[in-house]
Design a protein around this ligand. Structure first.
Ligand SMILES: Cc1cc2nc3c(=O)[nH]c(=O)nc-3n(C[C@H](O)[C@H](O)[C@H](O)COP(=O)(O)O)c2cc1C
Length: 306
């Protein structure tokens, strides 16, 4: 009997719904061990204003937080590890970083195939590079990735995600904005990704898994969103360094710099990003060939610059 370890973190349950739908395709002859990560203390949901922005430097710089003890046995021999996680500030959510940097993850992951399932707003490619590196550091091998996203317009989804995160209400703001997060239809349709993963698990051959997932639409990248995300992350590293000079997570001394970052980000999204998109499309004829290569790379499971 094949054994699969499923490690997830989800605040609203959205990511867990996606993972559970993928697992529906697994027959009863697979033993599934589930580990829902529990930060200690938990990150608030709904978020408070300060806690939300205070998560940025730690998420970006991959600083682990304390997790409650795991219930899985890290010395058990699993055939496959599935990691399901959201993205925080263009980086892996802090709890998944904390797991990947733990001694238990290194033990359980060594020599094992790993499949990642992302549930994000729409910007996840930078974070996945961090995830690839952490899996590799643990001796694991990334064999498949799927990324579900909010398909609403970029600016509208910023408004709705802030509303959802600050209220924990996944409904339409003022009855005019789209529903926040990944659509119910896309969450339900994630079931289709289970079959190729199950078949690869049964055969022990993962060579073609990512291609099969891509054929099913596991990743659809929006070029101008990827363009903005790649630029933004460089600034996030600078902001993180600037904020951490005032103290580490929870230090009230850094609140004024967190507020500065908040306003910087809101102005960048609402005022600067429409101009950036315009410039992106203006110069696209000159950059398309090299940019296309980048998009193809982000759809894959390889890690450049190991
Ligand atoms: C602090 C924070 C930062 C986030 N930053 C991003 C981001 O940079 N890119 C993105 O696509 N989604 C971002 N999101 C949305 C999450 O990836 C995710 O879709 C949402 O939190 C729901 O996940 P859940 O399953 O934990 O409820 C962020 C969410 C939070 C709470």
């Amino acid at each position: 009997m094949k054994k699969v370890l499923v490690v997830t973190y989800s605040q609203s349950g959205q990511l867990n719904d996606i993972v559970n739908n993928v697992l529906k395709e697994f027959n009863n002859d697979v033993e599934i061990v589930t580990e829902n990560l529990k930060p200690d203390p938990p990150f608030p949901f709904p978020w408070t204003n300060v806690a939300f922005w205070d998560a940025m430097p730690d998420a970006v710089d991959l600083i682990p937080a304390k997790l409650k003890p795991f219930s899985f046995n890290p010395d058990e021999d699993f055939d496959l590890i599935i990691l399901g996680f959201p993205i925080w500030f263009l980086s892996p959510a802090i709890p998944i970083t904390s797991f990947l940097k733990s001694a238990e993850a290194a033990r359980v992951m060594k020599g094992k195939p790993v499949v990642t399932i992302i549930g994000a707003r729409n910007m996840w490619v930078n974070a996945q590079e961090d995830i690839k590196r952490m899996i590799l550091n643990n001796g694991g091998k990334l064999v498949g990735n799927m990324a579900l996203r909010d398909k609403a317009n970029n600016i509208a989804s910023v408004v709705t995600i802030i509303y959802w995160m600050m209220t924990a209400k996944k409904d339409r703001l003022w009855g005019i904005f789209p529903k926040p997060g990944i659509s119910d239809k896309d969450i339900a349709a994630a079931e289709r990704f289970g079959k190729p993963i199950y078949e690869a698990l049964e055969s022990g051959n993962y060579n073609d898994l990512q291609n099969k997932l891509l054929e099913l639409g596991a990743i659809d990248l929006v070029p101008n969103v990827v363009f903005m995300e790649l630029r933004a992350k460089k600034f996030f590293y600078k902001w993180s360094k600037f904020i951490r000079k005032k103290g580490e997570h929870g230090d009230p001394n850094r609140i004024s710099r967190l507020k500065m970052f908040k306003w910087y980000l809101l102005i960048a999204i609402f005022a600067a990003s429409p101009i950036a998109i315009l410039l992106f499309y203006l110069f696209l004829p000159l950059t398309w060939w090299s940019f296309r290569k980048k998009l193809a790379y982000f759809k894959g499971v390889e890690l450049k610059n190991k």
